[in-house]
Design a protein around this ligand. Structure first.
Ligand SMILES: C[S@@+](CC[C@H](N)C(=O)[O-])C[C@H]1O[C@@H](n2cnc3c(N)ncnc32)[C@H](O)[C@@H]1O
Length: 435
């Protein structure tokens, strides 16, 4: 099962140009490299302020841990479950996370994409591919239970995003092997042809010539140190589901996938009642969202939107107009063909209601960016405002004097800069593909 692109395929991409084929032309954007070797997302036609540039559905999405079993939101599309929803759940023995779905459609999609493989005892392969030897049902259940206990203890979205991502790859590959068509929105399989399905959204998980592995391989990632307990638990679930599958998730690949989710996941939704985090600031999980991770209801991984860079005066905004995970990238200014799409990863407004000065706002967002994504923001607004900083403010930024509340956050940016330099050296050593 080709969960990893082969060396041959990687060589082919280099030769044929992956970015000549991805994203599809209908998305109105293209991916190019800038002078620093960084990828940028550019519009391929003029777009007026307020227009939706493109829509994208997530490859995987995970509700925040405190909401997963609350029954308040759909665990698949994140829709609010109110009186009008025909909400539904899987039977208790297939629902260890206590997930609720807003409709049968979402339940079926979620199950087909990952839940069936990770949390149920259903056969992992379609009957036509199933091996004759019997499944170790008890062993599989035990492995799943241990993994669920871990997820509930750690409460980290990244861990479940990675597990769901791996499961989705397996589901897609097995469906392809069985010659089935996978519905883009439901993830359910049928034997009909692709063309008879009207596509109104974009998720590249099952489209085109590329595998999900090909897409993820291209994305940059943060280097993270996984919890040592995690990989053996996921491996056991995979091995007990389909012996041999665990070999695709090596230590290196597991930490890379966690790093890709940490770098690229987008915070979805808005709420005011999220519990205050208790972890150290550097350990709090952050997803890119202009409303701040503290207001999200969950996080989701989108292939194309992963390429959007941050700006403190963004040219577009991340929006969820249907109050679901359906992401709309909307222009916030008139864009000319070739302009870059930038979005705000963090709250870039100046909190004048709490008398925040422009320099304080700059410092706040830069620290959040450095802490969450380990870069020193090089956007035009930061550059401009940087020139206007008073001597005193510069000293604060450079860590020469402590800020009033005594928190020495100056080192956060300094270490982000060092991280960027180290990363650049590594890239130059290994070649542009590995970041
Ligand atoms: C999710 S990736 C965005 C795509 C990325 N440019 C690429 O080459 O694939 C996020 C990373 O892009 C870079 N980046 C994004 N916005 C930036 C900005 N305003 N200033 C400097 N670096 C930025 C940082 O390295 C950041 O960690």
């Amino acid at each position: 099962m080709p969960l990893l692109p082969s060396r041959g395929r990687l060589a082919e991409f280099r030769a044929t140009g992956y970015y000549d084929h991805f994203p599809p032309k209908s998305m109105n954007v293209e991916i190019k490299s800038n002078d620093n070797g960084r990828k940028v997302l550019l519009v391929t036609k003029d777009i007026a302020a307020g227009e939706t540039i493109y829509k994208e559905y997530p490859v995987v999405a995970v509700l925040d841990a405190d909401l997963e079993a609350s029954g308040k939101y759909c665990s698949h599309c994140f829709r609010l479950i109110d009186d009008s929803s025909t909400s539904t759940q899987l039977p208790a023995d297939q629902n260890p996370l206590g997930s609720t779905f807003c409709s049968d459609h979402c339940l079926t999609a979620n199950k087909a994409q990952s839940t069936s493989l990770l949390f149920t005892q259903e056969p992992p392969l379609p009957p036509e591919l199933a091996a004759s030897n019997a499944l170790d049902t008890a062993g599989r259940k035990e492995a799943q239970d241990k993994f669920v206990q871990y997820l509930k203890k750690e409460k980290r979205a990244g861990s479940l995003l990675v597990a769901r991502f791996i499961a989705r790859q397996v589901a897609l590959e097995t469906a392809k092997l069985a010659g089935k068509v996978v519905s883009s929105t439901t993830g359910s399989t049928s034997s009909s042809t692709k063309t008879d399905e009207k596509r109104e959204d974009f998720t590249d998980a099952e489209e085109g010539d590329y595998l999900l592995a090909d897409h993820i391989e291209r994305l940059r990632y943060l280097s993270v140190k996984p919890n040592e307990e995690e990989l053996p638990l996921i491996s056991a679930v995979l091995e007990k589901t389909l012996p041999g599958l665990e070999q695709f998730v090596t230590e290196e690949r597991h930490s890379m996938l966690l790093g890709k989710m940490a770098y690229n996941a987008i915070g979805v939704g808005y709420r005011d009642d999220k519990p205050e985090p208790t972890a150290r600031p550097e350990d709090i999980e952050k997803a890119r969202t202009p409303v701040g991770s503290q207001h999200q209801i969950g996080s989701a991984f989108y292939t194309l939107s992963s390429y959007a860079n941050h700006s403190c005066t963004p040219s577009a905004k991340l929006s969820f107009p249907a109050n679901t995970t359906e992401l709309h990238i909307i222009a916030t200014q008139n864009l000319k063909k070739g302009d870059e799409i930038t979005v705000a990863y963090v709250d870039v407004s100046q909190h004048t209601e709490s008398f925040e000065t422009a320099a304080e706002a700059r410092r706040r967002r830069r620290i959040e960016l450095a802490r969450g994504w380990r870069f020193a923001c090089a956007c035009p607004k930061c550059e401009e405002e940087g020139k206007e900083l008073s001597k005193e403010e510069k000293k604060v930024e450079e860590g020469e004097i402590e800020v009033e509340d005594g928190k020495d956050e100056s080192k956060v940016e300094e270490s982000a800069r060092k991280f960027e330099e180290k990363e650049k050296e590594m890239r130059e050593e290994k070649g542009a593909e590995v970041e």
